[in-house]
Design a protein around this ligand. Structure first.
Ligand SMILES: [Zn+2]
Length: 461
């Protein structure tokens, strides 16, 4: 047996929220964790097109933590560029990834026609990726390569999201070490899902830090504000337009509206779910409720269809989407994209931004350069499809529906393994958020937390 050393290299998701891509290597087996798109930064488009910094043919395994594009968006490119190993994820992540990548291919081929550029990958690359895909369930232990065993825990972030615990047995001396990849860690308490499971015996941890420097408003506050904004918009006779991410945020919003309607806290008004992708994702959420929090499962057991209430209308076809305009106010429109940089929500914003009775409600992160960010920052006029649109509508923001743990909860999470952990790599956050969390973990938990450098090889001794 030649000298094997376990090492970690962060190829994406350091100093930036998106583009997660981590390499675990013992000199014999090469394992990637996530292969995501870089998003929301100016250089994203150029960076995503570049060759991988390693030979995709040399990679043996790819483990996917969850189905957000910043974790899966380059899987088909990896396959196109020569990867032929095995891809692992939970069955739920695989199902949602199928929807997300089909949607991504549609958008990319549309863009390719417009710009004349070759798309990042096509439907055939996506199909080949799924031919390599195998599923593992939560709490399943699997020996998948010489010296490597993996165990999955629920990350509570979106349906199917997982924490990977890799146990490596050193072939030279039989010693074991546990390397944990958190993926994105769910907000606590989440709206629908259960809390992330705890980690208690990691030697090394590579973790999410999107909200490393901030705390969210509480569950009670976010629900109260949501109720208030709906009531006020309905009372003023306007439309409430909610730009929403198709995955998780849309389902959280539907669940909250369902509760408000059933508890007679708001007047029943027409609610439009105006996103073909969100409609399909919601179907998967309806089918798989076993990973919901105990309280939500109890509601379902008592007979409540948590995503369904009177006056909800799904508008998959574009003519139905266009017809929403002729439905009298008040009404609620939930449409993608979450940052208003594309999708049907842009048409609704063109219609309702000039209306002082209407409200645009932002419920997620708005990246620099997006229409959502301009609206958030109080622009009085915005350009949509080359036309200037005056903003007279009320603009509101609720951050508490985030699907990520906030700073206090991240510290608490790492605290669970403080006694065993040798080093924590604080990743998947903007530098300010990650560095703040590094300092908090050092000062308050007394552990060796670092802000990793992209491309540097860290030996896990
Ligand atoms: Zn995510």
């Amino acid at each position: 047996m030649n000298n094997r050393h376990l090492s970690l290299t962060c190829w994406g998701g350091v100093g930036v929220v998106t583009g997660a891509n981590f390499l675990l290597d013992d000199g014999n087996t090469k394992i990637l964790i996530d292969c995501g798109l870089l998003q929301g930064v100016a250089e994203a488009h150029e960076e995503n097109k570049k060759s991988f910094p390693y030979d995709p043919k040399s990679i043996n395994f790819l483990f996917i933590t969850h189905a957000h594009l910043d974790h899966i968006g380059k899987v088909a490119k990896l396959v196109k560029d020569g990867f032929s190993g095995t891809i692992y994820s939970t069955p739920e992540t695989k199902s949602i990834t199928e929807l997300m990548l089909a949607d991504a291919v549609n958008i990319m081929s549309f863009e390719a026609k417009r710009t004349g550029e070759e798309p990042l990958y096509g439907a055939d690359d996506v199909a080949r990726a799924f031919s390599l895909w195998q599923t593992i369930s939560y709490h399943e232990k699997k020996t998948f390569a010489d010296g490597f065993e993996v165990y999955l825990k629920d990350a509570g972030h979106i349906l199917g999201s997982s924490i990977y615990e890799f146990t490596y047995t050193d072939p030279q001396n039989g010693s074991k070490k546990k390397v944990v990849f958190t993926g994105d860690l769910g907000n606590s308490p989440s709206t629908i899902l259960r809390d992330a499971e705890s980690v208690i015996d990691a030697d090394y941890m590579i973790m999410d830090s999107v909200y490393g420097d901030r705390n969210h408003e509480s569950k009670e506050e976010r629900e109260k504000r949501f109720e208030q904004i709906i009531k006020e918009t309905v009372a003023s006779g306007g439309a409430l337009v909610i730009p929403a991410f198709s995955l998780e945020r849309t389902q959280d919003i539907l669940y909250e509206i369902n509760n408000l309607v059933e508890e007679h806290k708001i007047k029943s008004v027409p609610v439009f779910l105006d996103s073909p992708l969100a409609i399909k994702v919601t179907e998967i959420y309806k089918r798989i409720s076993k990973y919901y929090s105990p309280a939500v499962r109890e509601e379902i057991a008592s007979g409540d269809n948590i995503f369904n209430f009177p006056k909800i209308k799904e508008t998959a076809r574009s003519q139905d989407s266009k017809a929403i305009l002729s439905v009298p106010n008040p009404k609620i429109i939930i449409a993608g994209s979450g940052m208003s940089n594309a999708g049907r929500v842009v048409h609704h914003e063109t219609n309702y931004l000039p209306d002082p009775k209407s409200t645009i409600l932002l419920m997620g992160y708005q990246a620099v350069g997006t229409l959502g960010r301009q609206i958030q920052e109080g622009a009085k006029k915005v350009s949509i499809h080359g036309k200037m649109v005056t903003v007279r509508a009320r603009v509101e923001m609720i951050s508490g529906f985030s699907a990520h743990k906030d700073s206090d909860h991240l510290v608490e999470f790492v605290g669970g393994t403080a006694e065993t952990v040798k080093q924590v790599f604080v990743a998947m956050g903007e530098p300010k958020a990650s560095l703040f969390l590094v300092q908090r973990l050092r000062d308050q938990v007394g552990i060796n937390a670092i802000y990793p450098e992209k491309g540097k090889v860290y030996e896990l001794k």
